[in-house]
Design a protein around this ligand. Structure first.
Ligand code: TYM
Length: 322
């Protein structure tokens, strides 16, 4: 079975971008892959400075994954911080990564362009830790959204550099990105992102979900006119969750006219409830079994360590630390 590795930051409530671009895909493929999925709480330290909040968000994210159907017998689910092996490998990698490679990363450049005040060294070296997260498991594929593609490419660059310096050690992982869902657009028309305040949350309250859906930006075409489904984010979001008949039905309504964006939003909201409510019910059940959640994470960490430790021991010998 191909091995996959992916991670998500517990830096806020997961949203439909995380769900469609990553989480749902991880779970859908759990029978076809040997999967390692982790909660990237070392990464979240770059933005979260409240200890209890970080602890809570990390646990909540584990509950979210279990609620959407992650089977811990099939997927090794773990907390990144239970594997300090990742950070040790990140240090070793940082010693062979050029500054220029990191300066070219979009996420860093965006943070600078948006005038991020007093950026931390951790934010800058973030892709090196990510390379360690990935390469330590020697995966074949890294299923992510498009925004993480460049970071996977950095991991490949670092692997090549290591292999060149210390002989073949790391197979080059492939980013696995599904074109139709590579970038989910947020309520304001930009990429949906926790840091842009434009998300539709996966497990928000009914009121929150309604507020978020109603706030999706649309153009000013009058109700009676024909509308372009291709450029409408409400239509796009609906199409990720609806079946072919439902999509073509909505397309007809757009093209015919007499159907407003408000009506489309109501339809989207209803669809989201139909798809997400069963997960929400499951989530309540799992949130009542916190000991179980902790057991899943600790067992995941034990399983992950078997692989991570082996790679790290190999690396320590190769670079001369042992
Ligand atoms: P994060 O937490 O920002 O996002 C988690 C996953 O969700 C995807 N995603 C999206 N996909 C489509 N459209 C969107 N609008 C959207 N927003 C987010 C992301 O691409 C990602 O797959 N650095 C990573 C976490 C990480 C990681 C790793 C991932 C740390 N180490 C190793 C893979 C492998 C991040 O911040 O993802």
């Amino acid at each position: 079975m191909p091995r996959i590795l992916s991670g998500i930051q517990p830096s806020g409530q997961p949203h439909l971008g995380n769900f469609l671009g990553a989480m749902q895909r991880h779970v859908k493929n759990q029978d076809q892959n040997e999967s390692f999925i982790f909660l990237a709480n070392y990464h979240a330290l770059t933005t979260i400075r409240d200890s209890q909040k970080l602890r809570d968000l990390t646990r909540e994210l584990a509950i979210d994954y279990l609620a959407i159907g992650l089977d811990p017998n099939k997927i090794t689910l773990f907390r990144q911080s239970d594997l300090p092996e990742h950070t040790e490998l990140a240090w070793i990698f940082s010693c062979l990564t050029s500054l220029g490679l990191l300066e070219r990363c979009h996420a860093w450049k965006d943070a600078m362009a948006k005038g991020k005040k007093d950026p931390s060294v951790g934010l800058f070296t973030y892709p090196v830790l990510m390379a360690a997260d990935i390469l330590i498991y020697k995966p074949n594929f890294v299923p992510v959204g498009k925004d993480q593609k460049q970071h996977v490419e950095v991991a490949r660059d670092i692997a090549e550099r290591f292999n060149y310096l210390y002989k073949e050690t790391f197979p080059l992982p492939e980013p696995d990105i599904t074109v139709e869902i590579e970038t989910i657009i947020g309520t304001d028309g930009e990429k949906m992102s926790k840091s842009y305040n434009n998300t539709i949350s996966l497990f928000g309250s009914d009121e929150q979900l309604e507020k978020e859906v109603l706030s999706i930006k649309t153009d000013s075409t009058p109700l009676e006119d024909s509308k372009n489904p291709k450029t409408c984010n409400v239509f796009k979001l609906y199409s990720y969750f609806a079946n072919d008949d439902e999509i073509s039905d909505l397309r007809d309504k757009y093209l015919t006219g007499g159907f407003g964006y408000g009506d489309a939003k109501k339809l989207l909201l209803k669809k989201l409830h139909t798809v997400l409510d069963p997960y929400r019910e499951k989530r309540v059940e799992i949130a009542g079994k916190l000991d179980y959640v902790e057991e899943v994470l600790l067992d995941g960490a034990r399983r992950a360590r078997k692989v991570a430790r082996k790679t790290l021991d190999e690396v320590r010998v190769k670079v001369g630390l042992q």
